[in-house]
Design a protein. Structure first.
Length: 306
């Protein structure tokens, strides 16, 4: 065979390898492909899946789950996933059309919000609608893990025993987190357990640990809404009546409105940043679900005067 023929053959082989690598999920590593919408759930799924599957998380660190979007390439990966994991309950507003298409294409799906005891929003424009922020309660995250275990173990090519061992270890981590949160919040006097945030995100934490939701700067379940002057006046009144010492701003959202609320209303409150709807980049304070919840617990306890 001539050198030219050999070169042509090598080029054809390389081109074939590229086509094979792009043909579908799992082609490059040989492992099952799991696509997860939010980075909080992506962290949990990665802990459970371990080395048994490749996990692709669509939502970048410090993003807003209500409004983040994905590329055409990511949408294609989503449609080819062996399992698609989403939060549900209306959280992924900017992604819903892609989730609907995946469901129509019969992609195997796991919706975490379908596996928990759902609470409705108790106040604001979204009152009565399902609250998607269940991860603020570690007990409900335990319910998600319990349901995720068989879903992951049922994927072709996955070692069910490895998934079970990973799930057991993570359940122990959640139990430890739950105990730490219980102890920290028990030290806060009942009359001081009042929360004000950018928008309604702590309903599950409040329900589990005995907090009162005084209100939110954005009076709804989504960051895409905007408060009116009347909303802010009502919130100021509620804060003054409750004697709130700290207002909590979310790390994924600018805290300008919260600071304006505190300054223009002449409220003597501390503005405390929390990690609520997104993990951070590695080393930035909340790069895992467990780290995020521990940081928030410490900041809430300190801000409310425990």
């Amino acid at each position: 065979m001539t050198r030219r023929a050999l070169a042509l053959l090598a080029a054809l082989i390389a081109f074939g390898a590229v086509l094979t690598g792009c043909s579908g999920a799992g082609a490059t590593s040989g492992r099952p492909q799991i696509v997860v919408t939010t980075n909080i759930l992506g962290d949990v799924v990665s802990r459970l899946a371990g080395e048994q599957a490749d996990v692709m998380t669509l939502m970048k660190p410090d993003a807003d789950p209500h409004s983040f979007e994905i590329s055409a390439q990511q949408a294609d990966r989503l449609a080819q996933a062996d399992l698609l994991v989403s939060n549900g309950l209306g959280l992924e507003e900017g992604l819903q059309q892609h989730l609907d298409r995946a469901a129509e294409a019969r992609v195997r799906m796991f919706v975490a919000g379908d596996r928990i005891d759902v609470l409705p929003y108790a106040d604001g424009d979204a009152r009565g609608a399902p609250d998607p922020h269940f991860w603020t309660d570690p007990a409900r995250m335990r319910d998600v893990v319990d349901a995720l275990e068989p879903a992951l173990a049922g994927i072709d090519g996955v070692d069910a025993a490895a998934i079970r061992a990973n799930a057991d270890a993570y359940r122990a981590d959640l139990a430890a987190l739950d105990a730490e949160m219980t102890a920290a919040f028990a030290a806060i006097p009942v009359e001081k357990r009042a929360l004000v945030t950018n928008h309604h995100v702590f309903g599950y934490l409040a329900d589990r640990f005995g907090f009162r939701m005084v209100g939110a700067v954005i009076p709804g379940g989504t960051t895409l809404a905007a408060p009116s002057a009347a909303d802010l006046r009502n919130l100021v009144t509620a804060i003054e009546e409750a004697g709130v010492r700290a207002v909590f701003a979310e790390s994924s959202q600018p805290d300008r409105l919260v600071r304006v609320l505190a300054e223009e209303a002449d409220l003597r409150v501390e503005v405390v940043e929390l990690y609520t709807e997104s993990l951070t980049a590695p080393g930035k304070g909340a790069d895992s679900y467990l780290t995020m919840m521990r940081a928030n617990t410490a900041r809430i306890a300190h801000g409310l005067g425990a």
